[in-house]
Design a protein around this ligand. Structure first.
Ligand code: IDP
Ligand code: MG
Length: 150
Protein backbone atom coordinates (compact mmCIF):
# COMPACT_ATOMS: atom_id res chain seq x y z
CA UNK A 1 0.00 0.00 0.00
CA UNK A 2 1.33 3.46 -0.91
CA UNK A 3 2.13 5.43 2.23
CA UNK A 4 3.81 8.71 3.12
CA UNK A 5 6.59 9.18 5.62
CA UNK A 6 8.40 12.24 6.91
CA UNK A 7 12.17 11.95 7.02
CA UNK A 8 14.33 14.47 8.86
CA UNK A 9 18.07 14.48 8.19
CA UNK A 10 18.89 15.69 11.71
CA UNK A 11 21.42 18.41 12.60
CA UNK A 12 24.28 16.00 13.35
CA UNK A 13 23.93 14.35 9.94
CA UNK A 14 23.84 17.70 8.11
CA UNK A 15 26.86 18.98 10.05
CA UNK A 16 28.77 15.78 9.27
CA UNK A 17 28.13 16.11 5.54
CA UNK A 18 25.98 12.97 5.39
CA UNK A 19 22.89 14.57 3.78
CA UNK A 20 23.61 13.21 0.30
CA UNK A 21 24.51 9.75 1.59
CA UNK A 22 21.25 9.56 3.53
CA UNK A 23 19.04 10.82 0.68
CA UNK A 24 20.77 8.35 -1.64
CA UNK A 25 19.74 5.40 0.49
CA UNK A 26 16.04 6.30 0.39
CA UNK A 27 16.20 7.04 -3.35
CA UNK A 28 17.89 3.74 -4.07
CA UNK A 29 15.31 1.91 -1.96
CA UNK A 30 12.76 3.11 -4.51
CA UNK A 31 10.87 5.58 -2.35
CA UNK A 32 9.69 8.60 -4.33
CA UNK A 33 10.59 12.08 -3.08
CA UNK A 34 7.48 14.30 -3.11
CA UNK A 35 8.82 17.18 -0.99
CA UNK A 36 12.18 18.34 0.28
CA UNK A 37 13.58 21.44 1.97
CA UNK A 38 16.55 22.74 3.91
CA UNK A 39 15.45 24.61 7.03
CA UNK A 40 16.11 25.33 10.67
CA UNK A 41 13.24 24.05 12.80
CA UNK A 42 11.91 26.52 15.40
CA UNK A 43 10.92 25.62 18.95
CA UNK A 44 7.20 25.65 18.24
CA UNK A 45 7.45 23.18 15.37
CA UNK A 46 9.95 21.00 17.28
CA UNK A 47 7.61 20.74 20.28
CA UNK A 48 4.69 19.88 17.99
CA UNK A 49 6.69 17.26 16.13
CA UNK A 50 7.90 15.61 19.34
CA UNK A 51 4.68 16.16 21.35
CA UNK A 52 4.31 12.41 22.12
CA UNK A 53 7.62 12.60 23.98
CA UNK A 54 6.64 15.68 26.03
CA UNK A 55 6.65 13.80 29.34
CA UNK A 56 9.87 11.89 28.72
CA UNK A 57 13.00 12.99 30.63
CA UNK A 58 14.91 13.58 27.39
CA UNK A 59 12.27 15.90 25.85
CA UNK A 60 14.15 19.17 26.44
CA UNK A 61 17.42 17.75 25.12
CA UNK A 62 15.58 16.34 22.11
CA UNK A 63 13.98 19.69 21.23
CA UNK A 64 17.23 21.59 21.79
CA UNK A 65 19.07 19.13 19.52
CA UNK A 66 16.60 19.30 16.63
CA UNK A 67 16.52 23.15 16.63
CA UNK A 68 20.28 23.54 17.16
CA UNK A 69 21.28 23.67 13.46
CA UNK A 70 19.75 23.20 9.99
CA UNK A 71 18.06 20.00 8.89
CA UNK A 72 16.77 18.61 5.60
CA UNK A 73 13.14 17.47 5.70
CA UNK A 74 11.89 15.06 3.07
CA UNK A 75 8.44 13.69 2.32
CA UNK A 76 8.62 10.23 0.76
CA UNK A 77 5.94 8.10 -0.84
CA UNK A 78 5.87 4.44 -1.75
CA UNK A 79 4.73 0.93 -0.94
CA UNK A 80 4.98 0.35 2.83
CA UNK A 81 7.01 3.57 3.06
CA UNK A 82 6.78 3.73 6.86
CA UNK A 83 8.25 0.29 7.51
CA UNK A 84 10.70 0.42 4.61
CA UNK A 85 12.12 3.79 5.72
CA UNK A 86 12.39 2.73 9.36
CA UNK A 87 14.25 -0.41 8.34
CA UNK A 88 16.63 1.69 6.26
CA UNK A 89 17.11 4.04 9.25
CA UNK A 90 17.73 1.30 11.85
CA UNK A 91 16.90 0.89 15.55
CA UNK A 92 16.53 4.02 17.71
CA UNK A 93 19.76 3.27 19.60
CA UNK A 94 22.59 3.39 17.03
CA UNK A 95 24.78 1.05 19.08
CA UNK A 96 22.04 -1.57 18.59
CA UNK A 97 21.20 -0.71 14.96
CA UNK A 98 22.10 -3.34 12.40
CA UNK A 99 25.11 -2.69 10.19
CA UNK A 100 23.88 -1.58 6.79
CA UNK A 101 21.28 0.76 8.29
CA UNK A 102 21.94 4.51 8.43
CA UNK A 103 22.21 4.59 12.22
CA UNK A 104 24.16 1.31 12.25
CA UNK A 105 26.67 2.64 9.75
CA UNK A 106 27.09 6.22 11.03
CA UNK A 107 25.94 6.49 14.65
CA UNK A 108 26.83 5.53 18.21
CA UNK A 109 24.57 7.46 20.60
CA UNK A 110 20.79 7.79 20.87
CA UNK A 111 20.88 11.59 21.07
CA UNK A 112 22.89 11.76 17.82
CA UNK A 113 21.02 9.24 15.72
CA UNK A 114 21.10 11.12 12.42
CA UNK A 115 17.60 10.59 11.01
CA UNK A 116 13.91 10.71 11.87
CA UNK A 117 11.27 8.58 10.16
CA UNK A 118 7.53 8.50 10.90
CA UNK A 119 6.38 5.48 12.94
CA UNK A 120 2.84 4.86 11.62
CA UNK A 121 0.69 5.56 8.57
CA UNK A 122 -1.35 8.06 10.58
CA UNK A 123 1.72 9.88 11.92
CA UNK A 124 3.27 9.91 8.45
CA UNK A 125 0.31 11.93 7.17
CA UNK A 126 0.29 14.23 10.21
CA UNK A 127 4.05 14.87 10.16
CA UNK A 128 4.19 15.54 6.41
CA UNK A 129 1.38 18.08 6.89
CA UNK A 130 3.22 19.67 9.85
CA UNK A 131 6.28 20.35 7.68
CA UNK A 132 4.91 20.93 4.18
CA UNK A 133 2.18 23.15 2.76
CA UNK A 134 0.07 21.38 0.11
CA UNK A 135 1.72 23.39 -2.67
CA UNK A 136 5.18 22.29 -1.50
CA UNK A 137 4.35 18.66 -2.30
CA UNK A 138 4.70 17.44 -5.88
CA UNK A 139 2.54 14.68 -7.35
CA UNK A 140 4.60 13.03 -10.07
CA UNK A 141 5.46 9.70 -11.60
CA UNK A 142 8.87 8.40 -12.51
CA UNK A 143 9.43 6.52 -15.74
CA UNK A 144 11.03 3.84 -13.60
CA UNK A 145 7.98 3.39 -11.31
CA UNK A 146 6.70 0.22 -13.09
CA UNK A 147 10.09 -1.37 -12.35
CA UNK A 148 9.77 -0.56 -8.64
CA UNK A 149 6.01 -0.79 -7.98
CA UNK A 150 4.12 -3.92 -9.13
P1 IDP B 1 12.75 6.91 16.70
O1 IDP B 1 13.46 8.18 16.24
O2 IDP B 1 13.57 5.68 16.39
O3 IDP B 1 11.33 6.82 16.19
P2 IDP B 1 11.59 7.59 19.30
O4 IDP B 1 11.35 6.60 20.38
O5 IDP B 1 10.41 8.10 18.54
O6 IDP B 1 12.68 6.97 18.29
O7 IDP B 1 12.35 8.83 19.95
C1 IDP B 1 12.51 10.03 19.22
C2 IDP B 1 13.91 10.50 19.37
O8 IDP B 1 14.15 10.83 20.74
C3 IDP B 1 14.98 9.47 19.04
O9 IDP B 1 15.28 9.42 17.66
C4 IDP B 1 16.15 9.97 19.84
O10 IDP B 1 16.81 11.04 19.14
C5 IDP B 1 15.49 10.52 21.07
N1 IDP B 1 15.44 9.56 22.18
C6 IDP B 1 14.62 8.48 22.27
N2 IDP B 1 14.83 7.82 23.43
C7 IDP B 1 15.81 8.50 24.07
C8 IDP B 1 16.48 8.31 25.34
O11 IDP B 1 16.21 7.37 26.09
N3 IDP B 1 17.43 9.25 25.65
C9 IDP B 1 17.75 10.29 24.85
N4 IDP B 1 17.15 10.50 23.64
C10 IDP B 1 16.19 9.61 23.28
MG1 MG C 1 9.72 8.06 16.61
Amino acid sequence: MAERTLIIVKPDAVQRGLTGEIIKRFEQRGLRIIGMKFMQINNELAEKHYDVHRDRPFFTDLVNYIVSAPVVVIALEGTDAIKAARNTIGATKPSESAAGTIRGDYGLEIGRNLVHGSDSVENGEIEVANFFMDDELVAWERNVDPWIFE
